[in-house]
Ligand binder design. Structure first.
Ligand SMILES: [Zn+2]
Length: 135
């Protein structure tokens, strides 16, 4: 079953691997963590970060600004990994169309995107869990 999921997600993961390769040409480092390839650092990441980017998930590849930032964003980005596994080859078009649809309705293409709302729900859950840990 896991192999089928990996194959179903492979087209999106390949795009992620291509992006990872470009990032690594600009000095990024890659590591395996929690079943995905995490890529961070380098000049490309810095350039993206200056434009408000923190991390991006493409199948089983997560591109992020730094290793520390990837740690923080892991629960959110792994929601996108699960979405990519669910949607397979349709993930990127579905994500973009969902954002476009929100934009056409006068909403925010990112903050109102249902794919992001699912990930934000995870962020809220993590924040709540961390609050309870502090008490
Ligand atoms: Zn997200």
């Amino acid at each position: 079953m896991r192999l089928l999921i990996l194959l179903w997600t492979l087209p999106t993961t390949l795009i992620g691997m291509l992006a990872a390769g470009v990032w690594m040409l600009f000095g990024a480092k890659a590591r395996l963590a929690h079943g995905v390839v995490e890529v961070h650092g380098g000049r490309f990441a810095y350039w993206m970060m200056r434009r408000g980017f923190a991390a991006m998930t493409l199948g089983h590849v997560i591109l992020g600004f730094s290793a520390a930032r990837l740690e923080q964003l892991r629960p959110h980005e792994h929601v996108h990994v699960r979405q990519a596994e669910r949607w397979g080859i349709l993930f990127i078009p579905a994500y973009l169309l969902a954002g476009l649809w929100q934009g056409l309705r006068g909403r925010h293409i990112y903050y109102d995107n249902p794919f992001e709302l699912e990930a934000f729900a995870m962020d809220a859950l993590v924040a709540k869990t961390n609050t309870h840990k502090k008490v």
